[in-house]
Design a binder for this molecule. Structure first.
Ligand code: TYM
Length: 335
């Protein structure tokens, strides 16, 4: 790409709705960091998505700044990447409303995440939970995004986003860039340590996931207790050996080599050794992030200034698309 050529745009987001896990780090954050030099990147703290499930206001407020600190502590440069809160740029919600009118109930009812979340929160199946993917589409389309780095659990939402954009473009001309997903080959779905057939998730019990801010002893204990299998062979085979394969995938995604090589290196070793090595790799990957997080979270004024400044820039970008869309659908011009 030439010096003066405009870089392509990346957009992605993480919910500030609980402890971030190693799954969030490997499936998303780590790739955000890798991609930051080659793209114009927008990494959002999606607080509007978070309230589709009831949140304690004080906790949500605190977690938004914590997530800003985690983004920066992972290696994202806030001068090069837009790090801000979704609720600070009103274009997200405004575009979402318009896109709601271009999305079908049938499409939304087919979303597996909606089905899972409404089963988990049967007492609060709100309309926001249902239209969640439309807000996500608005996030992405608002910035004419080319690439969306996510874990595999977001693939269906991304496909819906593309369908909505194509539908809108078919009516009004080329308004939206059609985004592509960036889903890593290894690590797109880090599994639960206790039920390795299931995704690692922050809404499950503590011993099933590694939190980004877990201390070394906790990490060691959780990995030591991770469920494996009984045949004793170290081999990458997610279908038949989900627990062992998950540990290999974690190591590989954190830079320890490809899964086959790691497995070959460990031939003849026991699962105890596999767990020890995984533990070392995880602690080594998370320690610098944790130290930097500790330093950053002590400086709330700095974090606040980052999200304030970046929201202004994001808002200006968002308005370009929003005004165009409003005009296309026929809203009266502003004087
Ligand atoms: P969220 O907050 O649930 O998760 C953030 C990111 O982490 C990935 N992820 C995983 N990757 C691998 N293994 C796992 N076990 C694992 N768990 C989570 C997710 O795939 C995601 O990339 N709807 C989104 C947030 C969002 C968004 C967007 C993303 C809102 N708007 C626009 C991209 C573009 C979500 O709930 O992610």
């Amino acid at each position: 790409m030439g010096e003066n050529e405009k870089k392509q745009v990346i957009f992605s987001g993480i919910q500030p709705s609980g402890t971030l896990t190693l799954g969030n780090y490997i499936g998303a954050l780590r790739n955000f960091v890798k991609l930051q030099d080659d793209y114009d990147c927008i990494y959002c703290i999606v607080d509007e998505h978070a309230i589709t499930v009831r949140q304690n206001p004080a906790d949500l407020r605190r977690r938004c700044l914590e997530l800003a600190a985690i983004y920066i502590a992972s290696g994202l440069d806030p001068k090069k990447n837009l790090i801000y809160c979704q609720s600070h740029v009103s274009g997200h919600a405004e575009l979402a409303w318009i896109l709601n009118c271009f999305t079908y109930m049938g499409e939304l009812s087919r979303m597996t995440q909606f089905k899972a979340k409404s089963a988990a929160h049967a007492d609060n199946i709100n309309a926001g939970l249902f239209t969640y993917p439309v807000l996500m589409a608005a996030d992405i389309l608002l910035y004419q995004t080319n690439l969306v780095p996510v874990g595999v659990d977001q693939k269906q939402h991304l496909e819906l986003c593309r369908d909505i954009a194509q539908r809108f473009n078919a009516v009004y001309g080329d308004v939206f860039t059609i985004p592509e997903g960036y889903i890593p080959k290894i690590g797109a779905k880090i599994m639960s340590l206790q039920e390795p057939e299931k995704k690692m998730s922050k809404s499950d019990p503590e011993d099933t996931y590694i939190a980004l801010l877990d201390d070394p002893d906790t990490i060691r204990r959780k990995i030591r207790r991770a469920v494996t299998d009984s045949d004793g062979e170290i081999r990458f085979d997610p279908e038949n050996k989900p627990g062992v394969s998950n540990l290999l995938a974690i190591m590989s995604a954190l830079g320890a080599g490809d899964v086959e090589t790691i497995a070959a290196d460990m031939q003849g070793k026991g699962y105890g050794e596999l767990k020890n090595r995984t533990t070392e790799v995880v602690i080594e990957a998370l320690s610098p992030l944790q130290a930097e997080f500790k330093r950053l979270i002590a400086d709330k004024a700095y974090l606040q200034s980052v999200i304030d400044e970046n929201a202004k820039t994001a808002n200006a970008l968002a308005l370009r698309t929003l005004r165009k869309v409003q005009k296309k659908v026929g809203f009266a011009p502003r004087g």
